[in-house]
Design a protein around this ligand. Structure first.
Ligand SMILES: *[C@@H]1O[C@H](CO)[C@@H](O)[C@H](O)[C@H]1NC(C)=O
Ligand SMILES: *[C@@H]1O[C@H](CO)[C@@H](O)[C@H](O)[C@H]1NC(C)=O
Ligand SMILES: *[C@@H]1O[C@H](CO)[C@@H](O)[C@H](O)[C@H]1NC(C)=O
Ligand SMILES: *[C@@H]1O[C@H](CO)[C@@H](O)[C@H](O)[C@H]1NC(C)=O
Ligand SMILES: *[C@@H]1O[C@H](CO)[C@@H](O)[C@H](O)[C@H]1NC(C)=O
Ligand SMILES: *[C@@H]1O[C@H](CO)[C@@H](O)[C@H](O)[C@H]1NC(C)=O
Length: 457
């Protein structure tokens, strides 16, 4: 019988269910004392309010035990917890590995939690922490590998205790008010570093452009996010073999996007975000890695040829540049899996290539505020389109009837072009568009515009 359950479980890819190992009495009393000391909003709480000493504490909401019944995780996100959290009642729970207090209203940094010896993950994002973190924090959690302090209002320099966490692999400090400057190399000693996010603070991150820098060869780094870090030079990442996500939006890079960047992560980069810098061109020759799914280079000063993304791309934003060139005729062939393509306000000339119809998964297409000429070539194959913005160009001819058959089309803007003829009236969506979708085309007529069509239309 039990063999049978085991086999079925294996077949389903589940862990065999062990009939409840009993929660130890000492754990129950520690948890209840911990709860009694907590201030939380019982109207918001779904987990703490349901803790009930009549039941096995391993079954309490927000509590997880290992197979032997030792408590391993306390997951108390979104419980309306305010006031202080102290480690005093948790100290006896020496198998506790994961503590999660995200999305609460905590305002005093619970530094004593860092003295819990087995702690591996500490989530404190989205609380109300503010002010600088003490320089004198004692750390005993040498196994702490994940620390998430994102989206609070911490101030002052980066806390010193983070540099005493030799096992750290995920460090998220984004969306605070940390100030001062920090050299990327200081993170080079964290040999397990997997994800680093310092974005949206008031930090100045100094990068080492030398290949020999300690940061440049972190073997496990998968995700690096340094948005708005006032960086002047792209850090040297040539030796990063595992990097998949690189987000360097809103820094102070200029001139060429170096061509080595496409080889980062041993040509396995999945997400690259270089928007809001001052790049003027892509260093040649370059070949995009086929692994790339998201390429965001909007709001730069890119000039010249519009790069053709690799064929499995999903998200492309090229808006707010100065290309001064046309979309290559086969551009749409590269977008067959794309969900979003935006290239507004980028001095794009020439016609919209017919190949755009091959981008049949597109939901967002924004070609607005350019100098596009010729007809709207869409023939209705873009069946998932939700937003189509072709406004402020020099497009001519009729609005294709085929657009009326796109049921998902929630937003259309063809204003300020040179379109003519009767506005299509069919379908479910077209009757919902107001004149704001069509204004500024002298030759267009029919509802929702007030101009009536003559017999010639
Ligand atoms: C830290 O992790 C190692 C390896 O997983 C383990 O052997 C050791 O017991 C842990 N130390 C503590 C204090 O939990
Ligand atoms: C950050 O917190 C604010 C409220 O404090 C919230 O509105 C916002 O959605 C959060 N942002 C992220 C990215 O979590
Ligand atoms: C950061 O500090 C500035 C100036 O003191 C303040 O206006 C802003 O609200 C703070 N932001 C956060 C996320 O705490
Ligand atoms: C950012 O930090 C600088 C000092 O490094 C300070 O003058 C400035 O007010 C800070 N800005 C914000 C928004 O906190
Ligand atoms: C890079 O990728 C190639 C081909 O996939 C592989 O043979 C090589 O071992 C990889 N190099 C590193 C450093 O991971
Ligand atoms: C279309 O774009 C024009 C020009 O930017 C704008 O005035 C108009 O409000 C937009 N229409 C809609 C429906 O947003």
């Amino acid at each position: 019988m039990s063999k049978c359950i085991l086999l079925v479980s294996l077949f389903l890819g589940l862990h065999p269910i062990t009939i409840s190992s009993r929660c130890l009495d000492s754990q129950i009393s520690s948890l209840l004392s911990f709860k009694n000391d907590l201030k939380f909003d019982s109207k918001v709480s779904t987990k703490l309010v349901s803790w009930d000493d009549g039941r096995d504490c391993c079954d309490w909401w927000g509590v997880t035990c290992d197979e032997a019944g030792h408590l391993t995780t306390l997951y108390l996100d979104e419980e309306g917890i305010h006031g202080e959290i102290s480690s005093s009642h948790l100290r006896s729970l020496n198998s506790l590995k994961v503590l999660s207090f995200g999305y609460n209203l905590l305002s005093n940094f619970p530094e004593s939690l860092l003295t819990l010896p087995s702690l591996q993950s500490l989530y404190l994002s989205n609380n109300k922490f503010s002010g600088p973190i003490s320089k004198h924090i004692r750390v005993a959690s040498y196994n702490l590998s994940l620390l998430d302090l994102s989206n609070n209002s911490f101030q002052g320099p980066l806390p010193e205790f983070i540099f005493k966490l030799p096992s750290i692999s995920t460090l998220k400090l984004a969306r605070n008010n940390f100030t001062g400057s920090v050299h990327l190399d200081v993170f080079g000693k964290f040999l397990n570093l997997y994800e680093l996010d310092l974005s949206y603070n008031n930090l100045t991150v100094i990068s080492n452009t030398k290949e020999s820098s300690s940061f440049s060869s972190l073997a496990k780094l998968d995700t690096l996010r340094l948005v708005s870090c006032k960086m002047l030079k792209i850090p040297n990442l040539k030796n990063q073999a595992s990097l998949r996500t690189l987000d360097l939006e809103d820094n102070r890079f200029k001139d060429e996007i170096p061509n080595w960047i496409w080889n980062v992560g041993n040509r396995s980069l999945v997400v690259l975000i270089l928007s809001k810098n001052k790049f003027t061109s892509l260093e040649k020759p370059y070949t995009f890695p086929s692994s790339l799914r998201d390429l965001h280079i909007s709001s730069n000063k890119l000039k010249g040829d519009i790069p053709v993304p690799p064929s499995e791309i999903e998200g492309v934003s090229f808006s707010n540049n100065r290309f001064g060139s046309s979309l290559p005729a086969d551009f749409g062939n590269a977008l067959t899996l794309a969900v979003s393509f935006t290239i507004s306000n980028s001095k794009v000339t020439g016609v919209i290539p017919d190949s755009i119809n091959k981008a049949s998964g597109l939901r967002f297409l924004d070609l607005s505020s350019n100098s596009l000429t010729g007809p709207i070539p869409l023939d209705g194959r873009l069946r998932d389109l939700e937003k189509l913005d072709l406004s402020i160009n020099k497009l001519s001819g009729r609005i294709p009837e085929e657009l009326t058959s796109i049921y998902s089309l929630e937003f259309l803007n063809v204003s300020y072009n040179r379109l003519s003829g009767k506005i299509p009236q069919g379908g479910v969506r077209f009757p919902t568009f107001t004149s704001l979708s069509f204004v500024g085309n002298k030759g267009l007529c029919g509802p929702p515009l007030s101009k009536t069509c003559g017999t010639g239309n």
